[in-house]
Every structure is written in C-alpha cells, then in structure tokens.
Design a protein. Sequence first.
Length: 634
Amino acid sequence: MCGIVGYIGTQAATDILISGLERLEYRGYDSAGVATILEGNINCIKAKGKLYNLREKIERDVNPAQIGIGHTRWATHGKPEERNAHPHLDMEKRIAVVQNGIIENYQQIRDELKSKGYEFRSETDTEVIPNLIAEVLKTAEEDFLPRYARLLAAVQKTVNRLKGAFALAIICADYPEEIIAVRQQAPLAIGFGQGEFFCNSDVTALLPHTRAVLSLENGDIAKLTPLGVEIYNFAGDRISRFPRTLDWNPVQTEKQGFRHYMLKEIYEQPAVVRTCLDTYINPNWHADENPDFSPVNIGLSPITDDLEHIQILACGTSWHAALIGKYLLEQVAGIPTTVDYASEFRYSPKPIIPNTLTIGVTQSGETADTIAALESERARRAGLEPKFQAKLLAITNRAESSIAQICDRIIDTHAGIEIGVAATKTFVAQTMGFYFLSLDLAYRRQAIPNSRIEEIIEGLRHIPSQIETILDTQADAIEELAHDFATETEDFIFIGRGINFPIALEGALKLKEISYIHAEAYPAGEMKHGPIALLDNKVPVVAVAMPGSVYEKVISNAQEAKARDARLIGVTTAMNATEAGHTFDDMLTVPEVDELISPILSIIPLQMLSYHIAAIKGLDVDQPRNLAKSVTVE
Ligand code: G6P
C-alpha cells in the first residue's frame, strides 16, 4: 500500500525523502509528495503519477530543510489526483501528515470539524488528522504543558479518536525539531543514524542509511528529534524499545544490470532454493540408517505435534503456494488441510477443530487481511482448553515483519527482499517451505516410508541446477514465443491438474498482473463443464502437463481444447517433448522431475512467458497499474 518516509537530522531532507520513496514505490505509485519545514513554514510539494513527476517538481524548488516527511500513494479514498496526494495539511497549513492505512471513522470526524468551520481540500480520510491535531492544539489544556510535550500530547489525543489500521508521520511548523510517528496495525520502522533519524514503512528502505532499526509495535507513538527517539503508548506512558541490527545487504535491493527487478528475481530463484536446502535439509539424514531425527531442521515442535488438522490463510500468489502446501500436507504428511483466502476467513471462519495448526503465508509479512485473519483465529480460540488453542505458524521471507511478531513460529524462507510487484522468487521459496513442513511431518508421523522421503529430498537437491537449465536453455525461445501474444491476444486459459493446478492459477495470475491480458485457470478436468465455451482460435490454452499420475488426463483435456481450434502451449518435460509434440503447438520444456516436486520447475517458464509478453508490450513490469506489493489495507 502507501509508503511513508520521514527524516530529521543534519542533511538536506528532501533528497533523503525522495530516495527513501524510490525504495517504497513498489507499495503504491499513483501520486507522491513531501513536506518539509523551512523558515517556520510547511513547504509541501506533490505530484500525480510516478515519483519522477515529483522529483522533477522538486528539482525546480530545492530547499535546505533538515526535517521532512514524504509519501507514495495507492489510492483508497479519492482518485489519484494531486489534491488527494499526501502530505495533507491542516486548514492553516501548519501541520503536515502522511498516512498509510484507512481511518474508518473519518466521515464522522470530518463532519464534526466542518461544523467548527474547518474546510477540506481533498476527498481523503487522512485530511481529518492534521485538522484534528490543530483543533486539539488549540485547547487550553495543551498550553499548560511544556512546549516540548505539546505536539506529542495533541497527536496522542488525536490517535485515540481514530478507528482503523494506520501508520502516520507528522510534522508541525510550530515545533520544527520533531517528527511524530505512529503505528497502529500498519508497518512503520525507525532508523537510527549519527545525529539523524529516519522513519519508513519498510525497514529495507532504511538500509542505505543505517542498519540500526526499530520496528514500531501497534500502539506505539515515536517522537523523533535531532537528539534521539522516545517511544510512548497511546495512553502517553513512555516505553522502552531497543533497535536491532539488520544483516541485510543493500545490494539485494538493486537491479544489478537486469532490465527489471522481476527478471532479476526470476534469475535469483536457483540461489533461493539452494539457500533453503542448505538451511533446512539435514545432510546427515540417510533413510537406510534408520535415523531417529527429522530430515528437516525446522524445529517446529511442539506447535506441530499431534495435529489433526491444518488450515492455511493467504492472499494472491501466497494463496497459490498454500494450495501446493495443501496437496503436500495431505498427500505426503496425511493431514487434512484447508486453504482459505484470508479476506474470506476473517468473516466466515471454519468451525473450531482441536489440534489445528493455522499457517499464514505472505511475502510482505504485512498483508492486512492475513494478519487480521490470524489474529482473529488466536482471539476466538483463546480461553478454550489447550487442545483448541491457536497455534500460529508464518511462512514468510520477512522475518522482521508483523506476521512474524504475531505468530508462535515462522519458517523463514530466506528469499530476501522482493521488489517486483508480481511475486516470483518468494512464491518458489514459500513452496519450498511447504515441502520442508510436510517432509518433517511425514517423517515424524511415519506417513510415508523413509526411502520415499529421501527420494523427494534428492529430487529437491536437483531443483536449483534444473531451474538454471530452464533459464539457460529456454529464455530465448520463450521470448520469441511471447512476441506472438503481445499485440492481439486478449484472453488466455491455463489448465493443470493435481499438484500443478495451482501452477495454472499462478501462471494466469502472473500474466494478468503484468501484461493486463485476461487470463483464467481451471483444473483441466473442469474445462468441459463450462470454460470450453470460451475457446476459439483467438484464445491460447496453456496446459501444465508434467509426467506423472494425471499426465494422460491433462493431455486428453488439452486435446479437447485443440479440437476447438485453440492454440495449445504445453509445459512439459524435455524427454516427453517428442510425444507431447503431437498435441502441443508450442512447448515450454523443463528437465525430468518427480511429479511431486514438479511445480517448482513448471512455474519457471510461465513466469518468463508473462514477463516477456509484458516487456514486449512496453508495460511497467515492476509496478503494474493498480497493484501494490504490500497490501496493508483491508
Ligand atoms: C499483493 C501483491 C501480490 C501478492 C499479494 C499477497 O496483491 O501484488 O503479488 O501475492 O499481495 O501478498 P502477501 O504479501 O500476503 O504474500
């Protein structure tokens, strides 16, 4: 969603704010703005559209202010117009506020302020905040406070009136030596430099400046001054929190010569899988030695002991990884598993089953629906007898994120930071997380023979070099094929079965996200029950046909599409290519692989196909329209 930055220190704030926003642009990019305090006044500059529009405007108006806040927007209330861009100022233009989130009771506050004579310039929920702070600051009570405490006290009173999930950064021209930052269910981190302090929606954006960071917790109000950072709760009590040192490398957030982040992240996948394997697979585990320890070092006992049921909650691509997880947890570990969209589960949770593990899957670690679904699951089971109580596990690459804070345990997928809005490497890494979890459970429950577990692990060990083979041998052919679909194709259908049905879904999602071509996915066997009516020679069909238990079935379903004149593109193994060539018009081949681990290979050519179609169309691959990488509103 929206991104927030703040800076107070000895350097020119605007440059730092803009470079901070550049690193946050993936969160939202329909308008942007900064506000600084200069010569006793707020100086606010905003621009519609991408950040370069704002940068251009600012270059015409360079200023030396050493304090400021900034924002990149993903519209919720009000169109993406300059008047709705943040920062928002109070009527007197003394206070500037940036917000990420939604103020649910803004209409009521707006009406109340209007009745007191306040006028509003935007349609946003945020604009009530600077005006409410201004109103509170007017009251006599604040005047009795020492000057240094007034703004903080006014913000504290204001946030207690706000309902919703939000993060804020606030400056006031009458208090030019402080930024107030607030976190209430939307992420916000503070960076500690030498005589300078930063705030940012994403800790990674702080990396170029400092590694000493503090992720605020819900209900924290931070006061940043040139002398330091003080943290308070909403009741006004001072609380102590300590920064920690991030060990991330800022280079991870650079493009490193690739045309787009998405392409770079596709090429990072072999390394991501290697790191996962090195981290979690126990090299001393050999089936024929009858080991008395798990082949996987994920150490999730006791939350995974005596499980009767697993429920997985996720959104978007993470939901697709969850579907592969369900297949594995049921077919490999033998545990009944459900998968729900977090946004649905929140309002229609399943009946409570004892000994249930609830898993949240998320690449950002901040998705509001996923976090809220997990929190509500914890709440509704609290107070019940132990076997009914919530056991929460997160599968994420963001070990420092909100989800990690609310779950009992996490599987850190070690995929690192993903910048391209369309998820690629984080999907593969989440899927790896599910392999590890199901292998650990399968071993501990003796759900399948150890020899089969070893076979699966052996297969997984080959995955990194097999992905490299696909990237090395298929890239040119896929790019060439992409040209055929870049101009006239308006619809695509993807089909798959079994463990590769989620790959059909993910292939379709990748295509629509970045190329804006309409794409739908169906279980191959369902085609004939409706979707087949859509087919003609203008609608290509991609069939994920990996050799194994359902291969022949998928081929038959693909033939049914071919009989309706659809151009057929098959994702299959190279060894199968000659035979499959009779069915498919085009083929995207991957190395020979066990069906159970084939999704990690079959997704790769589909990521590449989507990428190239979008790149050929000249679209903004990394920041597709209307999307955001971190969805912190409901
Ligand atoms: C957004 C992103 C998607 C992502 C989804 C879920 O819509 O654009 O790429 O799959 O959120 O995000 P999460 O962080 O929970 O995995």
